[in-house]
Write a protein that binds this ligand. Structure first.
Ligand code: NAD
Ligand code: IPM
Ligand code: MN
Length: 353
């Protein structure tokens, strides 16, 4: 099994090191792998002048799965848009057709008090956000900044084709079928035509899934409902932009964004696996970052790309054990628990394996 490893920027290399140590600890348990490491994001810009070098593209295409840390940071924020680290991430998602982004927000019972919401609101939370990842206003044309009537005008285009909506809809219905059989599609059809089409196509697909209960919600209400009563949701499906925002919101229900893994899949379950959070420049290089979102992303890789359910569960159970034993990085720390750094958290997960 070939894994392309892209540590990236900021806390990326620190959290990736722990995820790789966890995978190394599983080696032999029905699981053998080769790693090819490549550059992406700001570190790629520094070394090669571009955030997604040709060599990285080649390595990613040759691999069965890609494990990514995070990209970006203040150092590169003033570069022209094509050279920004985030462009590297968008380019790899688009090039490999990774249109289905799965972001599970699960609250581990031990972290009920780490959430900023009341424990009873989040206890038992288990939501899956299915975010479309290669369309929408992120990629729509035309885009840019132009001069008009003596001032600058910035513009982007929200666009979705029927086939793009249909393929992400199917992923979401299939996921709902395997879980609580409830799917909530989130749109803004009261204002935006592209999302009226989104709703229409979701309704059409639902004919093939009579066992799944489809509901619809406007995105502003969905943002409110996620903090009011998040347990009403099972699977949520939405576009690229709304999914970006709602998944960060959902992460806080689980205690910290440092807990939220993600899988970005193509039509054949080749996937890129990464934590949902960014490069956390404020804590980078200090050994403080929570590596669990990345470790849990590696578990998702074993499950979705390599079909190694038992090994994925071994990692997830090890994480549960470590939390139950009171290990906490700063982002999930509370009085009475044991504060550890990035590497110690990795050590604890490996010991629990
Ligand atoms: P961020 O997710 O990097 O950080 C937001 C806050 O959460 C910070 O206070 C940070 O310290 C904290 N945090 C994030 N991950 C953590 C972890 N594992 N452990 C503990 N605390 C954690 O978001 P931001 O500050 O808006 O963005 C910083 C940079 O990251 C930007 O350049 C942005 O474009 C980039 N970014 C990249 C990705 C990605 O690579 N997938 C995702 C989001 C943001
Ligand atoms: C994410 C990030 C990216 C996104 C950025 C860094 C391009 O926020 O993976 O959620 O907006 O998709
Ligand atoms: Mn995001």
């Amino acid at each position: 099994m070939k894994i392309c490893v892209l540590p990236g920027d900021g806390i990326g290399p620190e959290i990736m090191e722990q995820a790789l140590r966890v995978l190394e600890a599983l080696r032999g348990d029905g699981f053998n792998f080769e790693v090819e490491t490549a550059l992406i994001g700001g570190s790629a810009v520094d070394a090669t002048g571009t955030p997604y070098p040709e060599a990285t593209s080649k390595a990613a295409k040759a691999a069965d799965a890609i494990l990514l840390g995070a990209v970006g940071g203040p150092k590169w924020d003033t570069l022209p848009r094509e050279q920004r680290p985030e462009r590297g991430l968008l380019a790899i998602r688009k090039e490999l057709n990774l249109f289905a982004n799965l972001r599970p927000a699960i609250l581990y019972p031990e972290l009920a008090n780490a959430s900023t919401l009341k424990p009873e609101v989040v206890a038992g939370l288990d939501i899956l956000i299915v975010r479309e990842l290669t369309g929408d206003i992120y990629f729509g044309q035309p885009r840019g900044v132009r001069e008009e009537n003596g001032e600058r005008v910035g513009f982007n285009t929200m666009v979705y084709s029927e086939s793009e909506i249909r393929r992400i809809g199917k992923v979401a219905f299939e996921a709902a079928r395997k879980r609580g059989k409830k799917l909530c599609s989130v749109d803004k059809m009261n204002v935006l035509e592209a999302t009226q089409l989104w709703r229409d196509v979701m309704i059409e697909i639902s004919a093939d899934y009579p066992d799944v209960e489809l509901s619809h919600m406007l995105v502003d209400n969905a943002a409110m409902q996620l903090v009011r009563a998040p347990k009403q949701f099972d699977v949520m499906v939405t576009g690229n932009m709304f999914g970006d925002i709602l998944s960060d919101e959902a992460s806080m229900l689980t205690g910290s964004i440092g807990m939220l893994p993600s899988a970005s899949l193509d039509a054949n379950n080749k996937g890129l696996y990464e934590p949902s959070h960014g490069s956390a420049p404020d804590i980078a290089g200090k050994g403080l970052a929570n590596p669990l979102a990345t470790i849990l992303s590696a578990a998702m890789m074993l499950r979705y790309t390599f079909n190694l359910e038992a090994q994925a569960l071994r990692i997830e159970n090890a994480v549960k054990k470590v939390l139950a034993a009171g290990y906490r990085t700063g982002d999930i720390y509370e009085a009475g628990t044991r504060q550890v750094g990035t590497r110690e958290m990795g050590d604890a997960v490996i010991a629990a394996l």
